[in-house]
Design a protein around this ligand. Structure first.
Ligand code: ATP
Ligand code: MG
Ligand code: FE
Length: 336
């Protein structure tokens, strides 16, 4: 079974080929970040139009890389939601049109299920059940995962996502969109301890998060101080330290509460090196195991969609026909 995956939920066009036995054969990604950075965030209409331009050339490129042809495909998986409507429509229509032309099954994949299962692409892979910390640009959730489609939400952010906290803090420091990785780089030059930012909900005794207050605290610091190079780095350091400490502490709390020993990190913020090193240190201390996707599969990509689609096709019927309805808002708990 050879599955073509198409991701187009936001500002990345991701394409991949996943084979049930031979695993990931090839993948390609085009990120529109440079185009959107001029506007300080994703412009939906521009995103859709660019997906139209990129998708087919990337599909050709990926097929060539894997030395495959369109006619070798057995199924197509596309991101059905959640995400930007116009952007989702591009991937869905290309996926369904190709499926119709090739007369093969198509399946609409939940974008967050893609993120959530992406650590299973790595080696060693975690085994069910595990705790997943999903930390992306739009979501911050702790989930208990008992199998494909068996997701129990344990806690989530009440306001901003962790990635959003990175991006908004970065913007206040004059970094370009998406600021997460740049903020992390700047933080490496920062002086530990010069600024101390709040750790929202750290001792709330539950698994909920809140990051909007942090952004306000960063704003206050930027107003109180002359923003020379060192001060910007010191603020970045404090912001990253605050976000990471809360994430680590809540993830460990989820393991403690459930008695599980495996933690899986998924989503763009999972690429953060401070988060990884603190989790690894905690893992050694507490006798738990932490699993990450490969760095390139933390942020949006086609591989996770092809992979989740392949797993789904093993346990459920593909969609009936080639009409599609995308789901810009779609709760992961609703799918099973
Ligand atoms: P969602 O999946 O919730 O719809 P999304 O697809 O936009 O949101 P991802 O692509 O998973 O989110 O991740 C993007 C986010 O990850 C951005 O907020 C970005 O700043 C952040 N990010 C990426 N790399 C790093 C890093 N090294 N450190 C911190 N944040 C990072
Ligand atoms: Mg993105
Ligand atoms: Fe994503």
């Amino acid at each position: 079974q050879l599955v073509l995956g198409i991701e187009s939920s936001c500002d990345e066009t991701g394409i991949a080929l996943y084979h049930q036995e031979r695993r990931l054969l090839a993948h390609a990604l085009f990120t529109q970040a440079a185009m959107h950075s001029e506007y300080g965030g994703v412009v939906p209409e521009l995103a859709s139009r660019d997906h139209v331009r990129r998708a087919l050339p990337l599909i050709r490129q990926t097929l060539e890389q894997a030395d495959c042809q369109l006619t070798d495909l057995d199924a197509i998986a596309y991101t059905r939601g959640p995400g930007l409507s116009g952007a989702l429509l591009v991937g869905a229509s290309i996926g369904c049109a190709l499926g119709y032309a090739l007369d093969i099954p198509v399946i609409g994949v939940h974008h967050l299920e893609g993120h959530l299962l992406s650590p299973l692409l790595a080696d060693p892979a975690p085994e069910f059940p595990f705790i997943a910390l999903l930390v992306s640009g739009g979501h911050t959730q702790l989930m208990r995962v008992d199998g494909i489609g068996q997701y129990t939400l344990l806690g989530e952010t009440l306001d901003d996502a962790a990635g959003e906290a990175f991006d908004k803090s970065a913007k206040l420091l004059g970094l370009s969109y998406p600021g997460g990785p740049e903020l992390a780089n700047l933080a490496a030059l920062g002086m530990p301890g010069r600024f101390k930012l709040p750790r929202p909900m750290l001792h709330s005794g539950d698994l909920e998060f809140s990051f909007s207050g942090l952004k306000t605290a960063v704003l206050t610091l930027t107003k109180q101080h002359e923003l020379d190079e060192q001060t910007r780095a010191d603020i970045a350091h404090a912001a990253q330290a605050a976000i990471v400490e809360v994430l680590v502490s809540k993830a460990l709390f989820a393991l403690k509460q459930t008695g599980l020993k495996q933690l899986v990190i998924a989503g763009g913020v999972g690429a953060n090196q401070l988060l990884r090193s603190q989790l690894n240190a905690a893992a050694t201390r507490k006798g738990i195991q932490v699993f990450y996707p490969a760095l390139e599969f933390c942020t949006d990509n086609g591989a996770m969609i092809a992979f989740a689609g392949a797993l789904r096709l093993r346990q459920q019927e593909p969609q009936v026909g080639y009409a599609f309805d995308i789901k810009p808002r779609w709760d992961l708990q609703q799918i099973s």
